[in-house]
Design a protein around this ligand. Structure first.
Ligand code: AMP
Ligand code: FES
Ligand code: ZN
Ligand code: ZN
Length: 305
C-alpha cells in the first residue's frame, strides 16, 4: 500500500476519501481537514484563546496537539470526575493529560478541576444519591462537565471551548435524534454553538474526522492516551448507533460522512429547517450566576443541595 502523494509506505487507507497516505502526509491531511472546518464554521482565529476540554482520550488529546501545532493559543481543561470502578479511570486519564504536556508540549497550560475535592463528592457517589442519576451517572456527569467547562471558560476569558467530538460521535447523535424526530435537538446539533446568555461558545473542530482517523493521528504522533472508555459508557445508546453506522460504512464507504455532512449542508442552506421549540429564556442562577432556563437556582446547584 503506497501513499498517494509521495509513493512511500502508507500508514492509513481512508476508503471514504479513496485516499491512502504515509505518516507525514496523513498528519498534514488531518491538519488541513481540521483547519478547513475551523475556517468554514468560523470557530476561532489565532488571536483567540481557546480552552480544549481534554478527557485523556485519543480525540481530545489529538485535537489539543494539533491546535498547538497549528499555532493556536490552546489551554487544556481536565475535569476529574472521581471515577474508579476498579480501573482507576479518572486517575489514569489525568495522568495521560499530564504526560501529554510533559512529553509533547511543556509550554502548554493544563487546568485541572477535581469535582470531589472542590464540591465534596465525585460523580459515582453523587449520582447514586440523586434521583436523576439512579439508572446511569452519565446525565449527572454531563451536567457537571458542562457547568465546569462553562465556568472555567468564563472565568478565564476564553473565546471558545473546544471538544474532541468527531464525525462518528456526531453521526451517532444525529441518527438518534432523527430516529426519535427530536426536532429541537436537530435544530441545535452543530459544529459551533454561539455564546448566548452567558453560555460560552462551543466548537468541535474534529467534526469532519472519523474516529479511526483521530486514533491514527494519536498513534502516528506518538501520543499516549487512555484506551479504556468511561466504565459507565459501555452499552450506551451512542455506542449502539456508532456500531450500526460502522456496519453501514463497511458495505458503503462514506455513508457515515454523507449522512452527517449532508444534514449540515441541507440545514445550513435552509433546505430543511427545524424549530428549536420555544425561545430559551436564560436567567442567571441565584447561586452561581451561570445561565439557567429554570429560573431561580440552576440544575447544577440543585444537585448539591
Ligand atoms: P465524551 O462525551 O466522553 O465522548 O466526550 C466528549 C468530549 O468532551 C471529549 O472529546 C472532551 O473534549 C470532553 N471531555 C470528556 N470528558 C472530559 C473530562 N473529564 N474533562 C474535560 N473534558 C472532557
Ligand atoms: Fe461521565 Fe462516564 S464520563 S459518566
Ligand atoms: Zn506521502
Ligand atoms: Zn447555579
Amino acid at each position: 500500500m503506497k501513499c498517494h502523494k509521495c509513493g512511500a509506505a502508507a500508514v492509513i487507507q481512508m476508503r471514504q476519501h479513496r485516499l491512502q497516505l504515509c505518516a507525514p502526509h496523513f498528519i498534514e491531511w488531518v491538519a488541513t481537514t481540521t483547519q478547513r472546518a475551523i475556517d468554514a464554521y468560523q470557530m476561532f482565529t489565532p488571536a483567540d484563546r481557546v480552552l480544549v476540554a481534554v478527557s485523556g482520550g485519543k480525540d481530545s488529546l489529538s485535537l489539543w496537539d494539533l491546535l498547538l501545532n497549528l499555532g493556536y493559543q490552546a489551554a487544556g481543561l481536565y475535569i476529574s470526575l472521581g471515577i474508579d470502578e476498579g480501573i482507576d479511570y479518572s486517575a489514569k486519564s489525568l495522568d495521560m493529560c499530564h504526560r501529554f504536556v510533559l512529553e509533547h508540549h511543556p509550554e502548554a497550560r493544563l487546568h485541572v478541576v477535581d469535582v470531589g475535592a472542590e464540591y465534596g463528592q465525585g460523580i459515582p457517589v453523587l449520582a447514586r444519591t440523586r434521583r436523576r442519576g439512579q439508572t446511569k451517572p452519565c446525565a449527572v456527569c454531563g451536567l457537571v462537565k458542562r457547568h465546569i467547562m462553562n465556568r472555567v471558560a468564563r472565568d478565564g476569558g476564553f473565546a471558545a471551548i473546544a471538544t474532541g467530538h468527531n464525525l462518528d460521535d456526531e453521526a451517532a447523535v444525529l441518527m438518534q435524534n432523527t430516529l426519535h424526530w427530536q426536532t429541537g435537538y436537530l435544530a441545535r446539533q452543530a459544529p459551533v454553538l454561539d455564546e448566548r446568555g452567558g453560555l460560552a461558545r462551543k466548537v468541535k473542530p474534529f467534526v469532519r474526522l472519523y474516529e479511526r482517523e483521530a486514533a491514527a493521528y494519536a498513534l502516528v504522533r506518538g501520543l499516549e492516551y487512555i484506551y479504556d472508555e468511561c466504565p459507565f459508557a459501555t452499552g450506551s445508546t451512542t455506542n449502539f448507533y456508532k456500531e450500526l453506522l460502522n456496519r453501514l460504512e463497511l458495505t458503503s464507504p462514506g455513508a457515515k460522512q454523507q449522512f452527517y455532512l449532508q444534514f449540515l449542508r441541507a440545514r445550513d442552506a435552509g433546505r430543511v429547517t427545524f424549530a428549536e421549540g420555544g425561545d430559551l429564556d436564560l436567567q442567571p442562577c441565584a447561586r452561581c450566576g451561570q445561565p439557567t432556563t429554570a429560573g431561580g437556582i440552576c440544575a447544577f446547584c440543585r444537585l448539591w443541595e
